[in-house]
Design a protein around this ligand. Structure first.
Ligand SMILES: NC(=O)c1ccc[n+]([C@@H]2O[C@H](COP(=O)([O-])OP(=O)(O)OC[C@H]3O[C@@H](n4cnc5c(N)ncnc54)[C@H](OP(=O)(O)O)[C@@H]3O)[C@@H](O)[C@H]2O)c1
Length: 243
């Protein structure tokens, strides 16, 4: 029987790649984004889009009811949203990353399928542990909190057979920033030097990890955080000091 996957933040970056992967695997894919998708994305097979701000609780509840009515009970639920507006960066990050994720999980926990293969994945960042220059305090605290929220729900939902995992990428290349990196040779060379794999990660790498964590393949990987840094953290600092 085909899977029903709900992807929050599936209109850009990693989420967009994940939508493509699940669509190609024959899932019924429900996608939430703040803005409507591109015309190209609308053409994807078995994919339906809803445009709603995840911080708008009544709007989200109406949307979730429509999604369940259209595509049935859930198998996989993935969170990729992050705050990107002009408003208060602290409140915005907390509401978008934490409050919305908590409320959506609580609203949907009773609406998963009866299959053995039920999974939630939240996308954090290496900023859940380290400090990323250029990102505000709220981003760091929101991501650190998200990682702990994952651990909380991993325990709370274990008795329902729902696996809950977290993926924490480093800065990566995605379709939306590809031109920036391809025009910035100095930065590309720096990443080549400090990342043992010799290249930056990309949105497809992260989407593949999420798809893997969603599948039954890692049945024991409950409460798991997967940092995606292509060996970056294993390096001695001296490797990039002064570069
Ligand atoms: N980019 C990186 O280098 C990087 C590094 C580490 C971690 N991450 C994390 O990885 C995740 C995905 O990042 P990304 O760069 O691939 O994607 P992105 O370009 O930041 O897109 C985020 C997605 O979330 C949606 N979204 C944002 N705010 C929303 C809201 N209030 N309500 C509903 N939907 C909302 C966006 O919809 P709209 O486009 O319609 O607004 C979009 O689909 C994020 O959680 C990010 O923090 C990213």
């Amino acid at each position: 029987m085909s899977k029903h996957s709900l992807i929050i933040g599936g209109t850009r970056g990693i989420g967009r790649e994940l939508v493509r992967i699940f669509s190609e695997q024959g899932h019924a894919v429900s996608v939430i984004g703040k803005r409507p998708p591109s015309e190209e994305d609308r053409q994807r097979k078995n994919v339906s889009f809803w445009a709603v701000d995840v911080t708008d609780k009544p709007g989200v509840n109406t949307t979730l009811a429509e999604i369940l009515a259209q595509n049935g009970r859930l198998d996989y639920l993935v969170f990729l949203q992050r705050f990107k507006s002009d408003g208060d960066k602290w409140l915005g990050e907390i509401q978008t990353s934490l409050t919305a994720t908590k409320e959506i999980i609580e609203a949907l926990a009773a609406h998963f399928s009866d299959s053995d293969d039920r999974s939630i994945v939240a996308v954090s960042s290496i900023a859940d542990e380290f400090i990323a220059d250029g990102q505000p305090a709220g981003y760091h605290v929101g991501k650190a909190g998200l990682w702990h929220l994952v651990r909380y729900f991993a325990v709370m939902l274990a008795s329902k057979g729902i696996r809950v995992n977290c993926v924490s990428p480093c800065t990566f290349v995605k379709q939306e920033n590809q031109a920036f990196y391809s025009q910035n040779e100095k930065l590309r060379n720096l990443f080549k030097l400090v990342i043992p794999l010799g290249r930056m990660g990309n949105a497809v790498d992260s989407a593949n990890v999420i798809a893997f964590l969603c599948s039954l393949s890692p049945p024991l990987s409950r409460d798991k955080r997967s940092p995606l840094m292509a060996g970056f953290l294993c390096c001695r600092r001296s490797r990039w000091r002064g570069k």
